[in-house]
Design a protein around this ligand. Structure first.
Ligand SMILES: NC(=O)c1ccc[n+]([C@@H]2O[C@H](COP(=O)([O-])OP(=O)(O)OC[C@H]3O[C@@H](n4cnc5c(N)ncnc54)[C@H](O)[C@@H]3O)[C@@H](O)[C@H]2O)c1
Ligand SMILES: O=C(O)[C@H](O)[C@H](O)COP(=O)(O)O
Length: 331
């Protein structure tokens, strides 16, 4: 059996070698020639998996060590018998920590307290649910929009327009698909309060960047249209700008690798069920008050200095990601 794996997936080396030939390649460099004789791929968001890559291959499984899977043509894969698995929820707490750090930074620089702000959440899945629970605990008034969940569960969520009108801060946690591409556009921005802030840590294409520039809103972005080629004006004027690392926690990466290994174990009958990277420190999970968050977040994650680095060296977008010191989750 042959497996092609993205060389930037941590904790993976040595795990599959007893059972397969494993070739590690940079995600952006994985080509049709590389995958031709592969049975499985273990990838990240940097490998576009479509007909062009896969048509001549014998690949049976693609395990992406990420939550998002918009880099995979799932319809083409399904039609050609290729199973796709994702690492659902793996790094949701990393994104929660990033959102927490962003909110603390904004409250300090703009001089408000959570009780004075309404936080709108668009997409209330693994990430959005955590943000909702913690933000309510921190004292924000929270309003949510998630039409697919509302349809299924009747949980009292609001429409996108209602949430946009009410929010002082609007944060996006949806997948990227046909229903969400540019869902944040000039029409939506026109409904928002003057001076409101948009936070995006989902996918860059969920927000129309050109319209955002003209919106009069403030913005804090982890994800960008056309990564790694950022719009200079969007970057320069961002309240916070980070290089798509919201989910880059040590535990999130360990979860992602473990979930990918579990997919391979199940699909190919490898004796690796329940495997988890032994070197990854376990997460400590507990509630954290706004006061404690404000006191401790700087020591765990200095989002403002990361933002300054990206603004000074936007050309380093991918290398900042590749050499990231994965953050420790602590709440
Ligand atoms: N920046 C990062 O590092 C990072 C890390 C993890 C995930 N992400 C992105 O965040 C996304 C969300 O992650 P998740 O784990 O919460 O995913 P999830 O699938 O658990 O939740 C997504 C939620 O969005 C809802 N949704 C779908 N279409 C919608 C629409 N049109 N309007 C409103 N809500 C809609 C779904 O019903 C679901 O509840 C991922 O798809 C990924 O693209 C980014
Ligand atoms: O979807 C996800 O899980 C995130 O966007 C993820 O953090 C991106 O990670 P990468 O592809 O850089 O490993």
């Amino acid at each position: 059996m042959k497996i092609i794996a993205d060389s930037a997936i941590p904790f993976l080396r040595g795990v599959l070698e007893p059972f397969a030939e494993v070739e590690y390649l940079p995600g952006t460099a994985i080509s049709a020639a590389d995958v031709r004789n592969a049975d499985a791929l273990v990838i990240r968001t940097r490998t576009r998996c479509d007909e062009k890559l896969l048509a001549d291959s014998r690949v049976k499984l693609i395990a992406t060590a990420t939550i998002g899977f918009d880099h995979i043509d799932t319809a083409w894969c399904a039609a050609h018998g290729i199973e796709v698995t994702t690492a659902a929820g793996c790094n949701a707490r990393g994104v929660l920590q990033w959102v927490g750090a962003a909110l603390v930074h904004l409250s300090r620089t703009q001089g408000w307290q959570p009780a004075e702000r309404t936080l709108g959440i668009v997409g209330v899945g693994h990430v959005g649910s955590l943000v909702k629970a913690y933000a309510e605990g921190w004292g924000f008034r929270v309003v949510c929009c998630d039409p697919p969940r509302e349809e299924r569960e009747r949980c009292g969520f609001r429409t996108l327009e209602e949430v946009a009108r009410e929010a002082d801060i609007l944060t996006f946690h949806t997948p990227l698909d046909a229903s969400t591409r540019h869902m944040a556009d000039s029409r939506l921005f026109g409904l928002m309060k003057p001076g409101a802030i948009l936070i995006n840590s989902s996918r860059g294409e969920v927000v129309d960047g050109e319209a955002l520039l003209r919106s009069g809103l403030g913005w804090a972005l982890d994800v960008w249209e056309h990564e790694p080629h950022l719009d200079p004006a969007l970057l320069e004027n961002a309240l916070l700008a980070t290089p798509h690392i919201a989910g880059y926690s040590e535990q999130g990466k360990a979860n992602a690798t473990a979930m990918s290994v579990a997919s391979l174990a199940r699909r190919f009958g490898l004796p690796l069920e329940g495997w988890y990277p032994p070197q990854a420190a376990p997460a400590r999970r507990r509630p954290i008050s706004w006061q404690e968050l404000c006191r401790t977040i700087g020591g765990a994650y200095d989002i403002a200095s990361e933002s300054r680095s990206l603004k000074e060296r936007p050309g380093d977008f991918e290398s900042m990601r590749d050499h990231y010191a994965y953050r420790r989750e602590y709440f």
